[in-house]
Ligand binder design. Structure first.
Ligand SMILES: *[C@@H]1O[C@H](CO)[C@@H](O)[C@H](O)[C@H]1NC(C)=O
Ligand SMILES: *[C@@H]1O[C@H](CO)[C@@H](O)[C@H](O)[C@H]1NC(C)=O
Length: 230
């Protein structure tokens, strides 16, 4: 009897929490870490630093080399409700493939037995930070674009926006939005009912030099915003 009452009381509190602040509460309460030992907090309105160890990546060049080992802070939301996600990422990028930014994944598409995902952010290549986007339908394909702003401080603002069946990836540069990628498979037929949305950092390459092989990469995120259909 006591338990029944407790459950009813919890259910009522839960319903009340949704009716008072529908978005904040539903999005705030569902944050989780993958591949990271820390308590999960919502990045909304906060500055968050991910310290990623080396030998981490999100990358699938072949089905046998499927890699999703990077720290990822995400929230699970209804795919129907997703409109856009945006973040500003900054780091002292200095080693080949040092990276960080946004990741969205589609964990439960029925027509496939593999995870589909898009990552977009900064990636250090050819001795400089670039804007990098990887779309992984079956296998990963990667594109790079120069940083027109923020290269000196290693800072970039990236947005992923839903447009019908497509996902568009943009760099936000001041008041302008520059298109980096159109992904045509993201929200089309057979799409996942739930999607994961969040931030990640990865360090595929170890630092060189005696005693530095396990140095971490610190990527700081701010101005995270997640827009959902109300
Ligand atoms: C995770 O962090 C806790 C608290 O700092 C620590 O006690 C625990 O050993 C850590 N676990 C792993 C797998 O690193
Ligand atoms: C993931 O990729 C990193 C960087 O290439 C590598 O060091 C690591 O061994 C890979 N992990 C798995 C599980 O494939």
């Amino acid at each position: 009897m006591f338990q029944v009452r407790l459950v009813l009381c919890q259910a009522l509190l839960w319903i009340m929490s949704f009716t008072s602040t529908p978005h904040a509460t539903s999005v705030e309460s569902q944050w989780k870490w993958l591949n990271y030992n820390a308590s999960a907090i919502s990045p909304i309105g906060k500055v968050i630093t991910i310290h990623t160890p080396p030998d981490t990546d999100i990358w699938r060049p072949s089905m046998e080399k499927n890699n999703f080992t990077a720290p990822y802070l995400y929230s699970s939301i209804s795919t129907t409700d997703f409109q856009s996600v945006k973040v500003t990422a900054q780091a002292d990028w200095k080693t080949l493939f040092d990276q960080g930014g946004l990741v969205i994944t589609f964990p439960e598409r029925q027509d496939n037995d593999y995870l589909q995902w898009i990552k977009a952010g900064v990636e250090f290549t050819d001795g400089a930070p670039y804007l990098g986007v990887v779309g992984t339908d079956r296998l990963s394909d990667w594109s790079l674009s120069p940083m027109l702003q923020g290269a000196d401080t290693g800072t970039a603002s990236i947005e992923i926006v839903r447009d019908g069946a497509d996902a568009w990836v943009y760099a936000i540069e001041g008041t302008t939005r520059r298109a980096l990628r159109q992904v045509t498979w993201a929200f089309g037929e057979g799409r996942s009912e739930q999607m994961h949305v969040g931030i990640y950092a990865a360090k595929p390459t170890r630092e060189s030099g005696e005693g530095h092989e396990f140095d971490t990469l610190a990527v700081t995120f701010k101005s995270f915003s997640l827009k959902t259909r109300s």
